[in-house]
Design a protein around this ligand. Structure first.
Ligand code: HGA
Length: 608
């Protein structure tokens, strides 16, 4: 999604802005721009396409200034053209960058046109800058103008504002879309994600909902939603720089796939010392799990698939009923909340707009608690929930989620075990599963060693236009995740079905041009799945099977079998995800797509 970077200092800040934008590129965008103030003049450069094009244009124009804002745009209102790219200006002196959507922009636009303003873009953003211009023309200073305009804007957004008439301050607004202030020495910054600013600082203030920040070279003043000046805590970034570099890997996605053993190790650290450790999983609030009679899981995309796996585990191991729903449906639907329901939201970034909105709308008294399963401690989702279970995956840069998914699964399995314990499930059974979980990092490593074989097998998919993924039980959501990965990065149309549904429709699609991938660990549903596979084979479909030795399926049966390590039942969804990630990765590389920034997609979907 869109990225914002801003800086104010004694030196030229153009390099800081461009580097910051490059570090946000992974989120997906279609155009970029910047505006800097130098000697009382505002200079703007914008380009459709990549930041590299903007950088070249800025170099050519020798764009320099000690105050500036910059933006990568993922179009929501208006095509991805140069004229729609941010920053947007009103007159020659005032510029705005904006993440999010202004829902009432149409009526504001009509009013501004009636007041004599001329619009040069199709964006919703342009109303903001003209409204600010109007307030300034009425005699307000920049901070007053922003404070006056913000209440008129409906929707979720973050803003960066500069004026050539006020070269000593940069104004930032957070209202539904994330924004941080970075603290430097003799210079300060803003960004929509702290990762953008790591080359210049590790000290951050996370703005809260409704905050307006006045950022100067030597200080920052924050006014909260009630208009009161407030002090916000300064956070020190505790990751390393390497987390956000590709290192020796060709793509972030590949790096992140191979980071999974270490990431899973972190997820489990201090949490699997024995059944007693489950009693502290959610800190003091873990006790609340005893009262839980129902769980409602809300998520989007990959996180939704993690939630679907958790539902199987929860009903099976803890005997607690569970529903899983995509946030964009849940938030607009009337739903009945059974008594003593625990609301669980899942999001890698914790800024997913639909999931956040669903959380904010979940006000029924029947929810006994709201728990966020999330990778980012400082996120809105974590801050606005009473409980959080952090997945500790580390920064995930590839748009296609990999380590975020497997660590979500590991964290959710812990949550299910803690719930099972709270509901009186025997410690012996839980201890066995926890012992199995210790093997997760090494089993993941074993699955990663199949990379060479999967690379070979991927060649069969490169020329295909469609693929079917099949699974049963917990492997059904794993198949869904496999299909999602393939379509996201290789642009091959892929669908997942519970294997039992095959003959209720999709079997009609099966022929020699439709590869069918089945995930088939040796669990109790295997025999049933084997019959489904025969149905595919009888129709000439090419079958690719991810199974362990004990499944007693081999190439001789007319399948291409990739033999997986033997995996304990509850860990199978995590381990069987790995070869599907590798499959989509290799197919995408062979097809020459942009693996880390697939077309039209964005990381951390912060608009509805
Ligand atoms: N609505 C604005 C900004 C879009 C955005 O934040 N995308 O993530 C536009 O379309 O320019």
């Amino acid at each position: 999604m869109c990225g914002i970077v801003g800086a104010i200092g004694e030196r030229n800040v153009t390099g800081i802005l461009i580097t910051g934008l490059k570090r946000l590129e992974y989120r997906g965008y279609d155009s970029a721009g910047l505006a800097v103030v130098a000697e009382g003049l505002l200079h703007r450069v914008r380009r459709a396409g990549k930041v590299a094009g903007l950088e070249m244009a800025a170099d050519e124009a020798a764009t320099q200034g000690t105050l500036g804002i910059a933006h990568t745009r993922w179009a929501t209102h208006g095509k991805p053209t140069e004229t729609n790219a941010h920053p947007h200006m009103s007159g020659d002196d005032l510029a705005v960058v904006h993440n999010g959507i202004i829902e009432n922009y149409q009526s504001l636009r009509e009013q501004l046109i009636a007041d004599g303003y001329r619009f040069t873009s199709e964006t919703d953003t342009e109303v903001i800058v003209h409204l600010l211009h109007q307030a300034l023309a009425a005699g307000r200073d920049l901070l007053q103008a922003v404070s006056e305009v913000v209440p008129k804007l409906h929707g979720a957004y973050a803003l960066g504002v500069v004026s050539a008439d006020e070269p000593d301050r940069l104004i930032a607004v957070r209202s539904g879309s994330p924004l941080v202030v970075g603290l430097g020495i003799g210079e300060n910054y803003i960004a929509s994600d702290q990762l953008a600013l790591l080359p210049v600082t590790t000290r951050f203030i996370f703005l809260q909902e409704g905050d307006v920040a006045e950022v100067r070279r030597d200080g920052v003043q924050i006014i909260d939603a009630k208009g009161v000046a407030v002090e916000r805590k300064v956070h020190e970034f505790d990751g390393t720089h390497e987390d956000v570099e590709k290192g020796e890997y060709r793509h972030f996605m590949l790096k992140e796939i191979f980071e999974q053993p270490a990431a899973l190790q972190r997820t489990l650290e201090g949490r699997i010392n024995g059944p007693e450790s489950l009693a502290h999983l959610l800190g003091e609030r873990t006790e609340l799990l005893q009262r839980v009679r129902n769980v409602q899981i809300i998520a989007c995309g990959t996180s939704y698939h993690a939630g679907m796996v958790a539902r199987y585990w929860l009903e099976d191991l803890a005997g607690v009923s569970c529903q899983v729903e995509v946030a964009s449906e849940f938030r607009y639907r009337q739903h009945v909340v059974p008594e003593n329901t625990l609301l669980v939201t899942i999001s890698q970034s914790g800024e997913t707009a639909d999931t956040l909105a669903a959380l904010r709308g979940a006000t029924s008294a029947h929810y006994i608690g709201r728990l966020a399963v999330c990778n980012v401690d400082s996120s809105s989702l974590v801050r606005e929930s009473e409980m959080a279970l952090l997945t500790r995956a580390g920064p995930e840069i590839g748009v296609a989620s990999t380590k975020a998914f497997t660590t979500q699964l590991a964290a959710l399995l812990l949550l299910v075990l803690a719930t099972a314990r709270a509901h009186g499930v025997r410690d012996e059974l839980l201890a066995d599963i926890l012992t199995d979980m210790r093997q997760l990092p090494s089993l993941t490593e074993q699955a990663l060693r199949l990379d060479g074989a999967i690379h070979e097998l991927s060649k069969d998919f490169v020329e295909k236009h469609h693929t079917l993924f099949l699974g049963r039980g917990t492997q059904y959501p794993v198949a869904m995740e496999g299909a999602l990965k393939l379509k996201e990065i290789s642009y091959i149309h892929a669908e997942a079905y519970p294997a039992g549904e095959l003959k209720h429709g999709p079997l009609a699609l099966v022929d020699k041009d439709m590869p069918v991938v089945a995930v088939a660990p040796n669990d109790e549903l295997l025999e049933k799945l084997k019959s489904n596979l025969q149905e595919v084979r009888a129709r000439g479909g090419e079958l690719y099977l991810f199974a362990d030795h004990h499944a007693e399926l081999s190439d001789a049966d007319g399948f291409t079998v990739l033999t997986m390590p033997k995996v304990p039942e509850y860990l199978a969804p995590i381990i069987y995800t790995i070869p599907l990630q590798l499959l989509s990765y290799h197919v995408a590389v062979m097809r020459g797509t942009d693996v880390d920034q697939p077309r039209n997609l964005a990381k951390s979907v912060t608009v509805e």
